[in-house]
Every structure is written in structure tokens, then in C-alpha cells.
Write a protein that binds this ligand. Structure first.
Ligand code: RIB
Length: 294
């Protein structure tokens, strides 16, 4: 199955520190690292590591970061021919602080904010050759909606990872095959978020709510809520765990696993991803996931 990721590419500037500083506080950190990131590129790289047939769609600026991010895709078996370099734009960056098993992130979109309908029209022919398309919200919502409309009309399966979260129109949600917010994102996406189990029952086998160390939940058509426990891990850096989860879920489902089994696979992959530094540093290969699963 051909999988496409339409989304962001960022250079992550990661400061390691003993903990995340409080509002208005200055603390001393340990080191500064520049590593490839961006929710879209992270998900594409995670798919590449797992051995999927994956293409990345998005934009970078005409600068060194942009060139490095495109090279990084190729090094991780991601087809990057459709990634556009925009003259006069800067590549997206994320300022990340990692400390005490947690992180905080501020993203400056740069070229990601310029991924627009004309760009999508220019890559449409290639995009519509995919059987599964994955979208996040680090590109404009108008563009994400346009991609989802096109893919829905073409009968292509769609996984929407609504991160960073915003309220979504009901018809957009209807067009997705899978919607994968975490608990905080679900509260923003759904204005009437109450009991998460009721919400899951409204979107059986479509809505998957990730719950960090508690795993991930979904409801079956008969209204039963299933919680798939997280996989134990020795955590170094949680950045990119959600991206690995989404990519591994898409991969496992595209390989014919049931949703429940795909979520077990995704939780194991996400757990493994936290055991090394950087959003992409710990993303596992298929062999690594299979070894941990057994
Ligand atoms: O999900 C993690 C990613 O969020 C980071 O790589 C950063 O670039 C931000 O987009």
C-alpha cells in the first residue's frame, strides 16, 4: 500500500535541561542539538523505518535547514521528490526543551504555513496514487481540509492527527477514516467533550484517543470501549512518540491488522521511540518492533 504524508518539516532546536523552566524563570541547560523534526516529516520517517512505501508532501525554505531535512527523508527511505523548496521562505523550526522526562515545544511554521491549495493542485496527480494519506495540523487547516476533500472524493483512506489541535467541522471529521487526538487535543477538537467513553462511542473504530502512559482507547461498533495499554519503556525523550504512534498505526493497519492489533503495534513502536534522544532518534525498525512485541 502506498502511504502519503502531507504535513510539516521542521528543524528541531533542542535544549536539554534538568527540567522545563517555569513561566518567567531562567535555568541552566546542558546542551543544544539541531535534529530533524516536524510532525509530518516525523511520521514519514517512522513509516520509512518500518519499511512502508511512503512519500512526503510539504514545503521547506531555500536554506540549509531545508536541504538537510530533504536529505534526512531520503536517508530514511522516504520519497521526497514532491517536497517543494520555496524561494524567499524560511524552513519551519521548533524550539524544544527536554527535561525530567517531559518536553515543551514552540513551533515557528515558516514554509509549512505556505503549504496551500495551489501546491496541493501541483502534486495532486502523485498524491492521489496513494491508498492511505496522513495529515496533521502544522500546515494551514484550509489546506488540510482541501487534501481531505480530494482524498475522500477519490476513495482514499485518511488518518488525521489533529495536532496542534483546533476545533474541526463535523463534515471534515466524517471524511476521515481515523482521527487520533490525545486527551488534551480531543477537548479542543470537540467543543462538547465530556466523558471520553461517550465520545469514542459516537465515532466507533474512527476516533482513537491516546492517553500517554495509559495507552490508547477506541470503541467498537457495538459500543464497547477498548483500552490498549502503553508498552513499558525506559524513557529518555518523549518528543515524537505521538508521531511514531500515528505512523505505526497506519503501517500496521495498512498491512491488514485489525484496529486492536494495530494499536498494540503502535504502542510498542511509540514506547521504543522514547528510549533515544530526538523526535526521530528512537523511531524503530520493523524488526525492533517485532522483537519487543514477542
Ligand atoms: O511531534 C513532535 C514535533 O512537534 C517536533 O519534531 C517538532 O518539530 C514539532 O513539530
Amino acid at each position: 500500500m502506498k502511504i502519503a504524508v502531507v504535513g510539516s518539516l521542521n528543524m528541531d532546536m533542542v535544549v536539554t535541561a534538568p527540567r522545563i523552566p517555569l513561566k518567567g524563570e531562567t535555568i541552566t541547560g546542558q546542551a543544544l542539538h539541531f535534529v530533524p523534526g516536524g510532525k509530518g516529516a516525523n511520521q514519514a520517517v517512522a513509516l520509512g523505518r518500518l519499511g512502508a512505501d511512503v512519500s512526503m508532501f510539504g514545503c521547506v525554505g531555500d536554506d540549509d535547514f531545508g536541504r538537510q531535512l530533504i536529505e534526512n527523508l531520503a536517508e530514511n527511505s522516504v520519497q521526497a521528490a514532491q517536497v517543494r523548496t520555496l524561494q524567499g521562505a524560511t524552513t519551519g523550526v521548533a524550539m524544544i526543551t527536554v527535561g525530567d522526562g517531559d518536553n515543551s515545544i514552540v513551533v515557528v511554521p515558516g514554509a509549512n504555513g505556505l503549504v496551500d491549495r495551489p501546491y496541493v493542485d501541483s502534486i495532486k496527480e502523485v498524491l492521489l496514487q496513494s491508498q492511505l494519506v496522513i495529515v496533521q495540523l502544522e500546515i494551514p487547516l484550509d489546506t488540510a481540509s482541501y487534501v481531505i476533500d480530494l482524498c475522500h472524493q477519490a476513495g482514499i483512506s485518511i488518518l488525521l492527527n489533529p495536532a496542534p489541535a483546533q476545533k474541526l467541522p463535523a463534515d471534515l471529521i466524517e471524511k476521515t477514516t481515523f482521527l487520533t487526538p490525545n486527551e488534551h487535543e480531543a477537548a479542543i477538537v470537540f467543543a462538547d467533550f465530556g466523558d471520553y467513553r461517550e465520545l469514542l462511542r459516537r465515532y466507533p473504530e474512527k476516533l482513537i484517543i491516546t492517553q500517554g502512559s495509559a495507552g490508547a482507547s477506541f470503541a467498537t461498533q457495538d459500543g464497547e470501549v477498548h483500552q490498549i495499554p502503553a508498552s513499558p519503556a525506559t524513557v529518555v525523550d518523549t518528543t515524537g512518540a505521538g508521531d511514531t504512534f500515528n505512523a505505526a498505526l497506519a503501517y500496521a493497519w495498512s498491512q491488514g491488522r485489525t484496529l486492536e492489533k494495530a494499536l498494540v503495534f503502535a504502542n510498542v513502536a511509540a514506547g521504543l521511540s522514547t528510549e533515544k534522544f530526538g523526535a526521530q532518534g528512537g523511531m524503530p525498525t520493523l524488526a525492533e518492533v517485532m522483537a519487543r512485541l514477542s
